[in-house]
Design a protein around this ligand. Structure first.
Ligand code: SF4
Length: 254
């Protein structure tokens, strides 16, 4: 299947193409509903897909419990990424542990230390990464390509099999395949991240309204998926990223 065809391919076809095409593939999971669809599909495509997740140090206990349940059910190789201890010490020493409530810049710094930098370091080991973004989640995700080079991670390939899926399709898939979901969905959450930065949403609110709710109309992004500027380069809004970006080489299967 060509990249042109992939724009219209099913999620299973996109995953299958990815695992055939690249040797080192990371499925990056937050263990929200979309992650569960991808893990279930990936386990049908390859044996023991490698799954990366970010333990920011601020996750809900329910998230840890759920990850444990998922790893018992699925034959995945789970790699848990942690923040660099030195970066964390420097940040908390300067700003404390609740800095993210004080400004968007300080929130971005926390996300950089706890999420963006650990993922950037880990992705140096891979040729492609898979993520559960969907275009309808936020306006900044509306143009997300299904498959594209990722300038924010050294040009490796970023694969988004559910880009065209609706929220209803995700939940239909989980029900049809009898797949467990994160327990906080049953408490009104529609998007789940770190505990102090996520809350349940009200009916009629956007899916990600519960993320960094005190910021009101911010773009609800943490720079794991930075918007591209006019030159097609990842725009990191001045956030310090500790890993030199660029230089990762893609290894294709013969
Ligand atoms: Fe820090 Fe909140 Fe970002 Fe988690 S979501 S890394 S606690 S600012």
């Amino acid at each position: 299947m060509s990249i042109v065809d992939l724009r219209h391919g099913s999620a299973e076809e996109v995953l299958s193409w990815t695992y055939k095409r690249f040797r080192r593939v990371a499925l990056v999971a937050s263990f929200q509903a979309e992650s569960m669809v991808l893990i279930d599909m990936a386990c049908g495509v390859v044996e023991e897909p490698e799954v990366l997740t970010l333990d920011t140090g601020r996750l809900h206990e329910e998230t840890h419990d759920f990850i444990d349940r998922v790893r018992m059910r699925y034959p995945i190789r789970l790699r848990i990424l942690s923040p660099d201890a030195g970066e964390l010490d420097a940040m908390t020493g300067e700003h404390g542990t609740m800095q993210f409530r004080r400004s968007v810049a300080l929130r971005n710094e926390c996300c950089a230390v706890r999420k963006v930098n650990p993922l950037a370091r880990a992705l140096l080991d891979y040729d492609a990464w898979i993520t559960g973004l969907r275009r309808e989640q936020t306006p900044t995700r509306a143009e997300t390509p299904v498959v594209a080079g990722d300038p924010g991670h050294g040009g490796i390939t970023k694969v988004v099999p559910l880009a065209r899926w609706s929220r209803a399709q995700v939940w239909d898939y989980l029900r049809a395949h009898r797949i467990d979901h994160h327990p906080l969905y049953d408490h009104g959450y529609t998007s789940i991240g770190c505990a102090p930065c996520t809350r349940a949403t009200e009916p009629g609110q956007s899916e990600r309204a519960g993320r960094w709710w005190w910021e009101g109309d911010s773009d609800k992004e943490c720079l794991l998926h930075p918007p591209l500027d006019a030159d097609g380069q990842a725009s990191l809004r001045g956030v310090r990223v500790s890993v030199p970006l660029g230089g990762a080489r893609s290894t294709l299967r013969p």
